[in-house]
Design a protein around this ligand. Structure first.
Ligand SMILES: Nc1nc2c(ncn2[C@@H]2O[C@H](COP(=O)(O)OP(=O)(O)O)[C@@H](O)[C@H]2O)c(=O)[nH]1
Ligand SMILES: [Mg+2]
Length: 446
């Protein structure tokens, strides 16, 4: 478990885009007192006011003095809910290290572990768990779409939805409690429609949410798009063309690309991982065999396949039974051969003809894979998905219990279990080991 001992913690946390600045953050009861010993203008420090001064301390030698800005947030009005002090200094690694070392020699202070600031925000009730996870997502977001989704979650998108879902459960529980109040009067318990309707709506919402997970998981990893086809069809040439520079080796000797090579490009604000593969054909030696294996593996994992064909390669080696979305690209149209009909794209890597058409096609495939989410919520986190799967099962159990006309006390207990499962999203009912896993995934200083 992450430590939580009310000790004052310190770490360097350099927000991106701050130019040459670094921020040293301290959180805990001794934060202000510690900083006072290091700061020339300590008597001027006021809550929520940035104070300019100099770093100074007997343990810092002359060359290590620097101008700095100290900002104090008095608990509970800070992100951690505790006294929090931020010292902005020049971003040189040497100075940062010296200051951190000097601070760590102060009593009552220790280095923060990964995610500990965010963990304290969570424990103090400043943020819920889904928001904390969104912070981690924002740090890791590689493209506009992933960032937008993390922002939405940070603004409480998932929490609002979960609260609405909880209210539905609570309204069912209320109906039941009313029934229970009458139960000593020996009235037959017949489940009213009012009990079933919200549960069926919950099942639908949860199902729709679970369906967003495919898109949500791709927000993290990018869509995987391998180039597949016979050796020498021009896969590596096309790969390079799409990347806009030379990356894969192109030769006229069949079977040059034995490994897979992957590169990420951005299409419509989404990461798309292009994968150049070895050709699919009968392998003649072990290296070729493993290349073909990897290609088959890529087909398995693909979200979309660019199937490359060419007039001078053996069509018999083409895989025909691939159950994945494909763009069939007929390459080398500059060769003086009449191309066959019914291909998606006619292309020449040599002249670039057809490339724009292919890019447009890729764009529309990517747009087609976008899921708008449930009230804007897109599941991108395996933990959330797992919670919603269990939640859906539990709601089904409630429905079954109602339909089997079990006693209201059984149904009520089933409903409370469902409510507890939902609480795991915001952290109301999340076990410690899971909390630990979530927060230790952060970097130090967050
Ligand atoms: N004429 C012509 N040759 C091409 C074209 N695209 C690729 N090639 C050639 O076909 C050969 C095989 O290309 P490469 O990209 O290595 O194919 P891969 O084995 O599928 O990766 C190379 O000699 C390329 O120069 C094209 O559009 N037109
Ligand atoms: Mg190749």
């Amino acid at each position: 478990m992450l430590p939580f001992d009310h000790e004052t913690i310190v770490a360097i946390s350099t927000p991106p885009g701050t130019g040459g600045l670094a921020v040293v953050r301290l959180s805990g009861p001794h934060a202000l007192e510690t900083v006072r010993h290091f700061f020339s203008a300590s008597e001027k420090i006021k809550p929520r006011v940035a104070t300019f001064g100099k770093l100074m301390h007997p343990s810092l030698s002359a060359g290590e003095f620097d101008d700095c800005i100290v900002t104090f947030f008095k608990g509970p009005h800070s992100v951690t809910g505790e006294d929090l002090v931020e010292i902005s200094i020049h971003g040189g690694a040497f100075l940062q290290q010296k200051l951190l070392e000097a601070l760590l020699r102060a009593p009552n202070l220790r280095a923060a572990s990964a995610g500990e600031f965010t963990f304290r925000s969570f424990l103090s009730g400043r943020i819920d768990l889904s928001k904390a996870e969104a912070v981690a997502d924002i740090i890791h977001a590689k493209d506009a779409a992933a960032h937008k989704n993390a922002q939405h979650q940070l603004q409480g998108g998932l929490r609002h939805l979960v609260e609405k879902m909880s209210e539905k459960l609570i309204s069912s529980l209320t109906v039941l409690e009313a029934e229970l109040d009458f139960s000593d009067q020996e009235i037959d318990f017949s489940p009213p429609e009012a009990l079933l309707t919200p549960l069926l709506e919950l099942t639908q919402t949860t199902q729709a949410l679970l369906e967003t997970y495919f898109y949500g998981s791709r927000l993290e990893q990018g869509f995987r798009v391998p180039l597949i086809g016979a050796p020498n069809s021009g896969k590596s040439s096309l790969f390079n063309l799409l990347l806009g520079h030379e990356r894969a080796i192109v030769t006229s000797q069949a079977g040059t690309t034995r490994d897979t090579i992957e590169k990420t490009i951005l299409i419509a604000g989404h990461s798309v991982v292009l994968v150049d593969t070895a050709g699919l054909r009968e392998a003649h030696n072990e290296a070729e065999l493993s290349g073909v294996d990897r290609s088959l593996n890529e087909i398995e994992q693909a979200d979309l396949i660019i199937m490359v064909q060419a007039p001078d390669t053996d069509p018999l080696t083409e895989p025909t039974l691939i159950n994945k979305p494909q763009i069939i690209v007929y390459n080398k149209i500059d060769l003086d051969i009449t191309p066959p009909a019914a291909k998606d794209i006619y292309l020449s890597c040599a002249t670039g003809e057809g490339l724009d058409h292919l890019k447009k096609k890729l764009y529309s495939h990517v747009i087609n894979m976008v899921n708008e989410g449930v009230e804007g919520v897109i599941l991108n986190n395996e933990r959330h998905r797992d919670v919603f799967i269990r939640f859906k099962d539990q709601v089904s159990a409630c429905v079954a219990a109602i339909e089997a006309e079990l006693g209201p006390e059984y149904i009520a207990s089933d409903l409370r279990m469902a409510l507890d499962i939902l609480g795991e999203i915001t952290g109301r009912t999340t076990p410690d080991d899971i909390l630990n896993r979530i927060f230790s995934g952060f970097c130090v200083g967050k």
